[in-house]
Design a binder for this molecule. Structure first.
Ligand SMILES: CCCCCCCCCCCCCCCC(=O)OC[C@@H](O)COP(=O)(O)O
Length: 314
């Protein structure tokens, strides 16, 4: 009989640390290190005791144990705790390095690639896996570009930061007031936009063009808000105006799964699941409207293909 993975932790445990249940009729359990090295340890006794309490130590009991899953709310608390803890050191480094970055790299194209990547990776690794597709479509590290993706959840930026690109996010102005993360966004030279304020939008587009012309990359969620039902919203024009006027490529990306892990309006939960980030081929052109349609259609088609794949598997 096949071994099955138990979920005793509040989050998905890295693969090298999976706990595997025993064969039929046996109550022995293992920590599997790198899926090859099995050894008994104290935890096995713990599992046996739980399984006997749950039933009789037979197969059914093992199965019921595998159903013990921490609640999404508990995982949510762990997630926020983890991201705050993981952020303390990077935030300190940002503050110390900031004066140097202002002098030597005012457009922050080289500094800070690694810090957000490490922080994002540490924050999400215990909770969900990320599958990356189309990495070959990413332009070279410091080639300016306009990146866009669909937006379903406030955790969207974590998988994006794991790419280690120093793109500047365009964010809602209120996000910049959040302790820690908002301040880091300010230090990293990200761009605030005020909703329903045309002057603020024009100023953001102007700042983006300035950044791109100086070698930086910018990141837009062109829907401007999170999708509440998983459907792709309309795309605003700003991102595509920046690309068309500066001649840099648009890199569309499709994010799948974040909306199920932390849906809009349910920021206190972290459901189990996994995330897929697909990087599409760059699009170039000097007509913002065409760029907008091409990028949206690419993401829309991909979301539909992925939804069909998921349906077939379930
Ligand atoms: C602590 C050290 C860490 C250093 C790295 C920090 C990098 C943080 C990057 C954060 C990027 C956040 C981008 C926010 C974009 C944004 O503002 O999207 C709007 C939506 O969400 C909310 O809109 P809505 O759905 O209408 O509420």
């Amino acid at each position: 009989m096949q071994l099955s993975t138990l979920s005793l932790f509040p989050f998905s445990v890295p693969k090298f640390l999976h706990i595997k249940a025993s064969r039929e009729g046996e109550s022995r359990c293992y920590f599997t290190l790198n899926q090859g090295f099995n050894r008994s340890n104290k935890l096995s006794r713990y599992i046996v005791i739980r399984s006997q309490l749950a039933g009789t130590g037979i197969l059914d009991a093992t199965n019921s144990l595998s159903e013990i899953k921490p609640s999404p709310k508990f995982r949510g608390v762990c997630f926020y705790g983890m991201t705050v803890m993981a952020g303390v050191l990077p935030f300190g480094i940002l503050i110390v390095a900031h004066p140097l970055a202002l002098i030597f790299d005012p457009y922050k194209t080289k500094f800070y690639n690694l810090i957000p990547k490490l922080w994002a990776t540490a924050s999400i690794a215990p909770f969900f896996d990320i599958e990356l597709e189309g990495l070959e479509n990413l332009p070279p590290q410091n080639a300016p570009a306009v990146y866009v993706s669909n937006h379903q959840s406030i955790i969207d930026f974590y998988p994006l930061l794991t790419l280690g690109r120093s793109f500047k996010f365009i964010g809602k102005n209120t996000v910049f007031l959040y302790p820690g993360i908002g301040w880091a966004m300010y230090i990293l030279g990200m761009i605030p936009v005020k909703r329903m304020d045309i002057r603020s939008h024009l100023e953001a587009v102007r700042r983006c063009m300035d950044l791109v012309r100086n070698g930086a990359s910018v990141f837009f969620f062109p829907e401007g808000t999170r999708s509440k039902d998983g459907k792709l919203g309309d795309f605003k024009k700003g991102a595509f105006t920046v690309a068309a006027k500066t001649g840099v490529p648009v890199i569309p990306m499709t994010l799948i799964g974040t909306g199920e892990i932390m849906p809009a309006g349910m920021e206190h939960v972290v459901n189990s699941g996994s995330v897929k980030l697909i990087i599409h081929k760059p699009i170039k052109g000097n007509d913002p409207e065409i760029l907008r349609q091409l990028a949206r259609n690419t993401i829309l088609d991909t979301l539909s293909i992925e939804a069909q794949k998921k349906k077939r598997l379930s």
